[in-house]
Design a protein around this ligand. Structure first.
Ligand code: NAP
Length: 272
């Protein structure tokens, strides 16, 4: 039996075990997906222990995504982002990937969103970094707006210096209205909308030409998405990004096409 796992703290309410196990059951793969909560300073040790114990793959979430880098051989995208959320133990050292970034692109593609033109990313934390590098890697021009301007400035400089096709520019949050004029894609990569019914984007800045992806998935229907829909924009909820980061991990680990519909059902049943 293959064993996969999730490294995080906390992981009690993670939706990854049911999503992945639904895929194993559907395809008749003899595997289980379990969660691990090591101490916050034990990322490296946890990955080494998982390798010793013979795990096939690990997902990684808060607070370990950055620290795990030291225990794996990251691919270029994960190294640029500075975070790994998927570890593949098929090699020594294990390979590290960032499927938040590729999952975001696949979520957009699933909704027929063209990956060209100009994207606005709100947020410069983990999800913001993944979104900015992913979209710039598609040769898009990326505007990054963040509450802490310095983080956006640093990220934009890193994205542009990476020379991956697209460039990035940093802005304060109060520039959003002007930035969204003529933009093609908007990604909310802040946590705003999770705890309270708030949106990080002024409602009047939203328009029908936009495709709006909200990384927040609890709740699935955020205020930003409701207001974007009212403005006539295409909307993509955070469960799509969560789904496709899992799909990408599953396909890397197993070498098989993921049963996307089955994984989606498992996820959305639990998200309500
Ligand atoms: P993070 O690294 O802690 O970054 C948080 C971001 O939110 C920062 O840019 C922060 O700005 C901003 N922020 C927080 N509170 C704010 C406020 N009150 N007003 C304006 N900006 C605020 O977190 P993360 O890992 O990037 O996660 C961000 C969100 O994405 C979370 O909701 C997470 O669940 C979601 N996410 C979803 C997926 C998915 O698969 N759907 C994957 C990853 C993350 P400052 O820099 O100024 O603090």
């Amino acid at each position: 039996m293959d064993v996969y796992g999730l490294l995080g703290n906390p992981v009690e309410h993670s939706l990854s075990p049911p999503m992945h196990e639904a895929a194993y059951d559907h395809l008749g793969i003899d595997a289980r997906y379990v969660t691990f909560e090591p101490p916050a300073d034990a990322a490296r040790q946890a990955v080494e222990s998982a390798a010793t114990l013979g795990l096939t793959g690990l997902n990684v979430t808060i607070p370990f995504k950055q620290d795990v880098l030291a225990a794996v051989d990251p691919d270029d995208l994960a190294a640029r982002i500075g975070a790994v959320n998927t570890v593949d133990f098929g090699t020594d050292p294990p390979a590290g990937h960032n499927t938040d970034a590729t999952g975001l692109l696949r979520a957009l593609e699933h909704h027929d969103v063209a990956l060209d033109g100009r994207a606005v990313v709100v947020g410069a934390g983990g999800a913001g970094r993944a979104a900015a590098f992913a979209l710039a890697g598609e040769e898009m021009t990326v505007d990054i707006a963040n509450r802490t301007l310095e983080s956006a400035v640093d990220l934009a400089a890193e994205v542009t210096a990476a020379n991956i096709g697209g460039s990035a520019t940093a802005h304060p949050l109060d520039a959003l209205t002007g930035l969204l004029d003529g933009a093609d894609i908007l990604v909310n990569a802040t946590s705003v909308g999770m705890e309270a019914d708030r949106s990080p984007v002024p409602r009047e800045a939203l328009h029908a030409h936009l495709a709006v992806l909200d990384a927040v998935y609890t709740p699935v229907e955020t205020r930003l998405l409701r207001e974007a829909e009212t403005a006539g924009a295409r909307t993509i909820d955070g469960a799509w990004m969560l789904l496709y980061q899992g799909v990408e991990a599953f396909e890397r680990w197993t070498g098989r096409d993921a049963p996307v519909g089955v994984m989606d059902d498992a996820l959305r049943t639990r998200l309500g």
